[in-house]
Design a protein around this ligand. Structure first.
Ligand code: GLN
Length: 263
C-alpha cells in the first residue's frame, strides 16, 4: 500500500491521517506529502490501521499521538489528563501579564498552565496541585522534559497548600454541567476534569469558598469557565470578598475567564 492509498482508505480526515501516518512511519509530514507513491512497510501499515480504527471510534488525536501543543510547548498527554485547549491560553496570557512572584495552579492536569507560566517567567515560584496521581505523574514528566522546576503537590484544591499565600491563584477546573449535551463527545477524557455537578459550578464554588485565605493582599484569582457561566462565577468571586471583578473573552468571543483580586 502506498502513502496516498493508505490515507484515502483510512476513513478519517486526510489531515489527521497524514499526522498519524507520519507518527507511525517516523517521517515528517512534509516528506509524506512529497512522496505519495511511496510504498509503506507492512508493520507501519498495521500500526497505522490500528490508530485509524481508534480514531474512527472517536479517540482524540492528541491521545493517539500522546502529545498536544499548548502555548507553543509540546506536552505529553494520556487519557488520565484533560487535553489542553487553545482557549486556556487566555488564562496563561492573563497570568503572565501579572508577573506574579508566586503562582498556584489548582488541578494542573497535564501541567499545562503552570508549565507555560514557568517557561515564560522562570523567576516565578510555581506550585501546581493535582488530586489524580496519574495526572500528577504526567505533569511532572512534562515539567522535567522542559527542564522546569515546579513544586508539584498531591491533593484536592487547597488541601496541600494549607497556610500558604500566593501572588496569583489560577485554575481551569471542571465546569461542564452533568448531562451536558457535549459530554458524549468528550467521553474519552477524564470526567473528573470536565464535569462538576448539576450546573457545572461545584468545583468553582469549592475554590471560591476558601480562596481568600490563600491570596496575598492585592493577589488575583483567575478562573476559566464555560459559556454562559460568567454571571454566576462573578457572583461567587464577589462572595469570596474579592474586588475589581473582571471577565475576559477568548478568541471566539466567549466569556472564558473571570477573576478578582484581594484588597
Ligand atoms: N473547555 C472544555 C470543554 O468544554 C472543558 C474544560 C473544563 O471543564 N475545564 O471542552
Amino acid at each position: 500500500m502506498t502513502v496516498s492509498q493508505a490515507i484515502a482508505a483510512s476513513g478519517i480526515d486526510a489531515r489527521e491521517a497524514r499526522l498519524l501516518l507520519a507518527e507511525v512511519a517516523g517521517f515528517s509530514q512534509a516528506s509524506l506529502a512529497a512522496s505519495p507513491e511511496q510504498e509503506i512497510p507492512f508493520e507501519v501499515e498495521n500500526a497505522f490501521l490500528e490508530l485509524t480504527k481508534k480514531r474512527r471510534e472517536g479517540v482524540p488525536v492528541a491521545y493517539l499521538l500522546g502529545r498536544k501543543e499548548f502555548y507553543g510547548l509540546n506536552l505529553w498527554v494520556n487519557p488520565s489528563v484533560l487535553i489542553p485547549r487553545p482557549e486556556t491560553e487566555l488564562l496563561v496570557d492573563l497570568a503572565l501579564e501579572r508577573k506574579p512572584a508566586s503562582l498556584l495552579d489548582l488541578g494542573t492536569g497535564s501541567g499545562a498552565i503552570g508549565i507555560a507560566v514557568k517557561y515564560k517567567l522562570p523567576a516565578t515560584r510555581v506550585v501546581a496541585v493535582e488530586s489524580d496521581l496519574s495526572s500528577l505523574l504526567t505533569a511532572k514528566r512534562n515539567a522535567t522534559k522542559l527542564n522546569l522546576q515546579i513544586d508539584f503537590r498531591h491533593g484536592r484544591w487547597f488541601e496541600p497548600v494549607a497556610g500558604e499565600r500566593f501572588d496569583l491563584v489560577v485554575s481551569n477546573p471542571p465546569y461542564v454541567a452533568n448531562g451536558d449535551p457535549h459530554l458524549p463527545g468528550l467521553r474519552f477524557e477524564p470526567q473528573g476534569a470536565l464535569v462538576s455537578g448539576p450546573d457545572g459550578l461545584d468545583a468553582i464554588r469549592e475554590i471560591t469558598s476558601s480562596v481568600g485565605a490563600y491570596l496575598r493582599p492585592g493577589a488575583w484569582l483567575l478562573l476559566e469557565h464555560g459559556f454562559g457561566q460568567e454571571k454566576a462565577v462573578r457572583a461567587l468571586i464577589e462572595a469570596a470578598g474579592l474586588e475589581a471583578i473582571t471577565t475576559w473573552p477568548d478568541l471566539a468571543g466567549i466569556a472564558r475567564v473571570s477573576g478578582g483580586k484581594l484588597k
